[in-house]
Design a protein around this ligand. Structure first.
Ligand code: C5P
Length: 226
């Protein structure tokens, strides 16, 4: 696949309310630079020659500009995010040229994104129109019900990561559906559009999504180890 036709959307317009800091988690320091700069650089390293589109909350455009100057960081093209992840992705898709063949979507809050894993996801697209990285569940699982909860077989479930990659035309079509609160990622939007047989590839247990403050410490260790 010619990387010229691959567009990588990095969604970073969330407020990070669970993180509980004054700055959204994607702007917090991870070692020498903000989280988001690691994410962008690692995606660039994973797919050299491809395009990156960064989705930010417009309230942070000026701040982003400031920190890019401070760290001598060259920003990719920026698109304004929406009120939820789905709207942020939709806004980015609308800015992607029509000659795009593959669109990947990656959470800005996953800075430890590894080249080998990204390549597994992209290469899987030779055999289908969508591919997503997954990891096994290591905790035991219970399903909640009216009378309490019951155990479920964790072997039947996988945790889904990003980047997720899709044939551009199929993703565009899926994103014409109206919003549904069950859309937590792009695979769920594709499934709602009838594209259920997405290919699953091995994700990476180091590819964590920064969610709580301690995750920054964990990501620092992973960054040094990788
Ligand atoms: O909230 P959650 O951690 O699931 O968000 C996943 C990703 O989606 C994050 O990188 C976040 O910045 C992004 N997002 C977005 N626009 C929103 C909400 C979330 O780009 N309105």
């Amino acid at each position: 696949m010619n990387p010229k036709y691959i567009y990588n959307v990095i969604v970073a317009a969330g407020s990070g309310s669970r993180f509980g800091a004054s700055l959204p988690k994607q702007f917090c320091m991870l070692e020498d630079r903000p989280v988001l700069m690691h994410t962008i650089e690692n995606m660039q390293k994973a797919l050299p020659g491809s395009h990156i589109i960064l989705v930010l909350n417009p309230d942070f455009f000026e701040y982003w500009d400031e920190i890019c100057r401070k760290y001598g960081f060259y920003s990719p093209k920026i698109v304004a995010g929406g009120n939820n992840r789905w709207q942020s992705v939709k806004n980015a898709i609308s800015q992607i040229p029509h000659d795009a063949e593959i669109i990947t979507i990656h959470d800005g809050a996953r800075p430890i994104v590894d080249k080998a894993m990204v390549c597994r996801v992209i290469n899987a697209l030779d055999n289908g129109f969508g591919a997503i990285p997954v990891v096994p569940i290591t905790d035991s699982l219970r399903q909640l019900n009216k009378s309490g909860s019951m155990p479920v077989n964790r072997e039947l479930y996988r945790a889904v990561q990003t980047p997720q990659a899709f044939h551009a035309s199929k993703l565009r079509e899926a994103y014409t559906l109206p919003y549904d609160s069950s859309f937590t990622d792009d695979a769920s939007v594709m499934s709602a559009a009838g594209y259920d047989d997405l290919l699953i590839v091995d994700g990476d247990s180091y590819n964590i999504k920064i969610t709580h403050p301690l995750d920054i410490e964990i990501a620092s260790i992973y960054l040094r180890y990788k």
